[in-house]
Design a protein around this ligand. Structure first.
Ligand code: SPD
Length: 431
């Protein structure tokens, strides 16, 4: 899929050289995060709604930080991006975003018609300085961070705690998201569990604790985990799990939904847990960066992505769950034969307090009550990034030392061998 998107992007880029910039929309989104067939449909719909032609150039990234640096440092002219909550906060605080105008003329405003009150409230609580995140960002998908595990090797009990990633039984079968913020959040929740129970600190307070103590504690913990890790991944972990190369994966709910469904077809029993210590809920949202060149098409893109039929297709293909609280979206995911009733009233309203929906896709209200949300760390962010590279870097350093040692040993062996051969030859000539 990535290759295809790259080819499409390259072709579009070429075509763009011959087009006006106002006929181009540059979208920068996470990989594996859309039903590709909606892209040409948007082009057609946009022309129907506005009478204007548009060509979408669609590019993808694996982690927030790659995307952010293209905007912050590179000032690239993407028209619409999809950062996570804490990056939206950062971009707002650094005045990198434009407000999203909701005037669509005759076209319905799907954004505000359908947005779940739960998501609106979470965006209200983002710290964007004096700006409200709801004016600058429109939710796309949301979810949880949890443990995806193979029930053949890992018990439900073992997977009910974050500490499963430090269990030596699963050495070399553990995949961890290469997302420092997400890993940090879950591990600090695990490490401070007793303090949370004792009322000394709340989960929300832990999300803004960027102190040296917190960083050191997570670093020490992750260094114990590191020798057990088979891979740090941004999107290949789900495949590793379906193919049973991994048994435990610290992962996002959308990857888990996708992997569980794929695995089911192969007779592999994958499950997803939200550990008892608590966990973070995350939100990814569309924003228009200040370097955007086609603001009109960008806002129409965001509106189109909020249209219920498009929402349902994107959820179906990616496994991730939309921020849309539209009744037809809920209807599309009800399956009374497969799932037990859960309470989704917090998301879809009072009528949804007992609906048979996949709880990995939409967490039950009781689970949401054990959750928190990540926030920007401002100028402490580099400390987190440095900690993360020390955690992962030791792997590479260890390997580098081995490779260099083997290489040097080989050089010495060749030199000794050459000398011995030369000596033998010269002795032979003397005789
Ligand atoms: N493959 C698309 C994954 C997008 C998931 N976003 C999660 C962000 C958590 N901070």
């Amino acid at each position: 899929m990535k290759k295809l998107l790259t080819v499409v992007a390259a072709a579009a880029l070429l075509a763009s050289c011959m087009q006006n910039r106002d006929q181009i929309l540059k979208v920068y989104n996470w990989s594996d995060y859309i039903d590709e067939s909606v892209i040409p449909e948007f082009e057609q719909w946009y022309e129907e709604q506005t009478g204007l032609k548009i060509k979408v150039i669609y590019q993808t990234f694996d982690v927030n930080e790659t995307m952010l640096s293209k905007i912050e440092k590179g000032h690239e002219d993407f028209d619409v991006l999809c950062p996570s909550d804490y990056i939206i906060e950062r971009m707002l605080q650094n005045h990198l975003l434009l407000p999203i105008d909701r005037n669509f003329g005759e076209t319905p405003n799907y954004i505000d018609e359908n947005l779940s009150p739960y998501v609106r409230d979470r965006f209200d609580k983002m710290s964007g300085g004096k700006d409200n995140a709801n004016d600058y960002a429109v939710g796309y998908m949301w979810g949880t961070t949890g443990i995806l595990y193979n029930a053949k090797y890992v018990t439900d009990e073992e997977a009910s705690t974050w500490d499963v990633i430090r269990n030596p039984k699963f050495a070399d079968k553990i995949f961890i998201k290469d997302s420092p913020r997400d890993v940090f959040s879950q591990i600090i929740i695990y490490l401070r569990h007793d303090d949370v129970l004792a009322g000394k600190v709340t989960l929300d307070e832990l999300m803004t604790d960027s102190s040296d103590d917190a960083l050191e504690a997570v670093e020490a913990y992750m260094k114990q985990v590191r020798p057990l890790v088979a891979g740090w991944e941004a999107d290949f972990g789900k495949d590793q799990m379906t193919q049973e190369r991994g048994w435990v994966s610290l992962n996002w709910s959308g990857d888990a939904v996708w992997a569980i469904e794929e695995a089911e077809e192969m007779g592999v029993d994958l499950r997803y847990s939200l550990p008892k210590e608590g966990f973070a809920v995350w939100f990814d949202g569309w924003v228009i960066p200040k370097f955007a060149q086609n603001i009109t098409a960008a806002k129409y893109w965001i509106n189109f992505m909020s249209r219920p039929d498009i929402v349902i297709r994107n959820v179906d293909v990616t496994g991730y769950v939309s921020v849309s609280g539209a009744p037809e979206v809920l209807e599309a995911f009800i399956d009374e034969e497969k799932y037990e009733p859960i309470d989704l009233s917090y998301f879809f309203g009072p009528g949804a307090d007992s609906v048979c929906v996949n709880p990995v896709l939409y967490p039950d209200k009781a689970d949401i009550e054990r959750s928190t949300q990540e926030h920007d760390w401002g100028d402490r962010t580099p400390e987190l990034v440095a900690m993360w590279s020390r955690v992962k870097g030791e792997n590479a350093n260890g390997m580098t030392v081995v490779v260099v040692a083997v290489f040097l040993a080989a050089l010495v062996a060749i030199a000794v061998y050459t000398r011995v051969v030369k000596k033998k030859k010269s002795r032979g000539r003397k005789r």
